[in-house]
Design a protein around this ligand. Structure first.
Ligand SMILES: [Zn+2]
Ligand SMILES: [Zn+2]
Length: 405
């Protein structure tokens, strides 16, 4: 312990810098010490020695030096409090709530047991090792499931689809369709002598009611965001802006070797901290640059200079650019600005979950999420629905397709 800085502080009031780190770092709000909890010491020293000297603050993505090493009773659990839930994002192979909430516990337990096995079986073949490691993963998962069933460490705070619909007063329109036998994902619904996707089925339903329909999902919003805010995001007046490089997205999609693309990005891009830090610059951009005399002209004019940012966001495909432009034509510019502002203030929490369709006709528009029979809202969609209710307030409905039997 560094007695010089904090001779008497017991670090009662501390904040975790980043819940998503394996070995979490905490900053004391009284003395400023940055430390880790003693309960992580054994595992940290054995397996993650390179992660003990600094942490990466979630909101700012700044690297923060650990000043006080491991200290007793720093994490919530060691203080006898409920463990702080920090579910990992759902990715293939990690969609269950157990895997998303207990990702640290699973990693710690698997890694330790596998390393112990390796020490005990120095002459094992690669195959033996692989199958032993897989068996350990299964056993560890079963253990955590049993633990969660008897003494849950986390309460899964996520709402069910039904709760989301009730809480946010979502309009649900019931459609009925005949499903093709043995259908694959994509084309599922029988319409005359065709088999079509649920989105196409819903689009035809709304077209028959006199709506025009634009197929969306999230990417057109990313294009709109990139084109209309690049000047703000990549502003030369932003001291946290730095050069970043990434692989050419077009080359990647065409499966050919590509150049690295270099562009400017603030180090805290996409975090809530960015929105707060740049609040004045954001206001200025929205008030002085995004004027409503001719947003389409601005969009066209900014497409080329926003290429770097849009590639970074995977918002570069011509069909998505065309749909973003249509969005801009259809929506009142005030609405578009509200959407851009919502994104700029926390991009990584907000860029997914956007609805499938935009319906529009004479001065009216409505967003629709199409849910096929048995298909459930994703966590990102639930979060979008909550934010739409609280912040965006866009007209929205779910089209729920029921299977005719
Ligand atoms: Zn302290
Ligand atoms: Zn602890």
């Amino acid at each position: 312990m560094n007695e010089r800085n904090a001779p008497s502080c017991d670090h009662a009031d501390r904040t975790c810098l980043n819940q998503h780190e394996l070995i979490r770092k905490y900053r004391c709000n009284d003395c400023g010490a940055v430390m880790m909890c003693a309960c992580d010491e054994a595992f940290g020293r054995r397996f993650l020695a390179h992660q003990l000297n600094e942490g990466c603050e979630l909101e700012t993505q700044e690297r923060i030096t650990v000043t006080h090493g491991f200290q007793p009773a720093i994490c919530s659990e060691c203080r006898g409090l409920q463990a702080d839930p920090a579910p990992a994002a759902a990715i293939p192979g990690r969609t269950s709530k157990i895997k998303r909430y207990y990702w640290r516990e699973l990693f710690f337990a698997e890694r330790s047991a596998q390393a112990d096995w390796d020490v005990e079986h120095p002459d094992a073949s690669d195959d033996e090792r692989r199958s032993a490691h897989e068996k350990i993963e299964r056993t560890v998962l079963e253990d955590i499931k049993a633990l969660h069933a008897s003494a849950p460490k986390y309460t899964f705070a996520e709402k069910s689809q039904a709760e989301v619909i009730v809480q946010f007063s979502v309009e649900v329109e019931a459609l009925e369709a005949t499903y093709a036998k043995g259908a694959k994902k994509g084309a599922q619904i029988v319409s005359g002598d065709e088999v079509i996707s649920p989105e196409e089925f819903a689009s035809r339903h709304y077209a028959a009611q006199g709506w025009q329909v634009l197929r969306l999902e999230s990417v057109p919003f990313h294009v709109l965001f990139g084109a209309m805010t690049w000047l703000l995001i990549q502003g030369y007046d932003d001291p946290l802006c730095q050069m970043v490089s990434f692989g050419d997205r077009v080359a990647f999609e065409e499966k050919r070797p590509g150049e690295m693309i270099w562009t400017h990005l603030p180090s805290d891009f996409g975090s809530k901290g960015y929105g707060e830090r740049r609040a004045n610059a954001i206001d200025e951009h929205f008030d002085q640059m995004l004027l409503d005399d001719d947003p389409l002209w601005l969009f066209d004019y900014w497409l080329e200079p926003s290429e770097g940012l849009r590639q970074y966001l995977w918002a570069h495909r011509p069909e998505d650019v065309a749909r973003a432009r249509r969005l801009l034509e259809i929506l009142p510019f005030e609405t578009t600005k509200a959407i851009l502002r919502y994104l700029v203030e926390g991009y990584w929490d907000r860029y997914l979950g956007w609805p499938d369709l935009l319906l529009y006709r004479q001065g009216e528009f409505k967003f629709v999420e199409v849910k096929s029979s048995n298909d459930k809202l994703s966590e990102e969609q639930k979060s979008w629905i909550g934010d739409n209710h609280d912040i965006l307030k866009l007209p929205f409905a779910i089209a729920k397709i029921h299977k005719i039997t």
